[in-house]
Design a protein around this ligand. Sequence first.
Ligand SMILES: *Cc1c(COP(=O)(O)O)cnc(C)c1O
Length: 429
Amino acid sequence: MIRREQSELAFTQAQQVFPGGVNSPVRAFKAVGGTPVFIDSAKGAYLYDVDGNAYIDYVLSWGPMILGHANDQVVSAVQKSLYKGTSYGAPSPLETKLGKLLQERIPQLEKIRMVNSGTEATMSAIRLARGVTGRDKIIKFIGCYHGHSDSFLVQAGSGVATFGLPNSPGVTQGTAQDTLTLPYNDIDSLRACFDKEGSNIAGVIIEAVAGNMGLIKAEQGFIDEIRHLTKMYGSLFIVDEVMTGFRVNYTGAVGLYNLDADLICFGKVVGGGFPMALFGGKKKYMDIVTPSGTVYQAGTLSGNPIAMVAGYETVKNLTPSVFDKMTRLTDRLCEGLKKVALEHNVPLQVVHVGTMFSFFFNNKSVRNFEDSKASDQERFAQVYRTLLEKGIYLAPSQYESNFMSAAHTETEIDKTITAFDQVLGEIYG
Ligand SMILES: *Cc1c(COP(=O)(O)O)cnc(C)c1O
């Protein structure tokens, strides 16, 4: 047993200050049990806790640290930038520099608005969709998570699913009524909904690769039908790439599926570990945002210079060859986990797309939230805790995705596979 006394002490103290001892719910480890690991520092592929234990990190701050923790280039660019001031509240060329780089990678970002979190990006995108169409209703899919603004806390995945909440108290009925929820990958219910409500629907928002109910890919036919129906009914097609952007593919989910999206939301990776996100898309819609248009959107720290620099260094250093290396390592890890599970006769579904992966203790493939929920979560929790003891830090809920970084190497991958083999051996013989 590794010692975690300092983490336990830190958790006790944090519980006196924060609800549940944390500032974001899944961090409390409720789904897997035990004490959350309190972090002292992080470098490369590793987290170091307050007791001095090292962990191979597959959470990577829930995705952003794609170059690895404390990447030298990012740190040195941020250091230089700090001395030039940390917030201006006025425009700076750094915003345009990052914006242009993002446009080169994702040409569909004809115009962009920088914001501070994924929650803000999706919230602003649906406001824009409502403003453009003059309609109230949006469609989201069950198990997809789009941040914690009211409209999205209806049948949301991620933390909301981890805590078994259908939706959150505090969301008014009026707001909940305007959010229509449909099962993921279900073309028939999508058609039926448009048949009935089409002329009231401002937009459809989706994680084209869902990462907040475990990792689940949208089927191409399903995605194509969303595009077809939204065009037919004059609704906006909004792709939430806060997690998938620069992760499932070099050009994100819009590149992976060749999507003609109206609006796209990015976050996590684009901020390089700082609070930064954005929404963007077709110029004809984005120009309706204030001040060029009338749909209000603003932010004191939006376009923050430090976040711009960190985002720029991160995306710039994320070259196709770096991306390929991460994809290969993700494949290697997932193939290894599958093989080990097979040897131990443990039913396991391993899903991976680009640099993201997750696994379900389930004997059939997982297509939607219902399937995900039906997986053996007790087994997940037990395996999770035992892997943690061996220095493997995965996302502490089956409903979350795991991530690869450019700092991981075959050494970490093979250690992880070996640990998984030992864990299944210890638990199942
Ligand atoms: C993380 C996430 C969000 C919310 O982003 P925050 O920065 O946590 O507000 C929105 N959508 C998706 C798909 C996410 O994964």
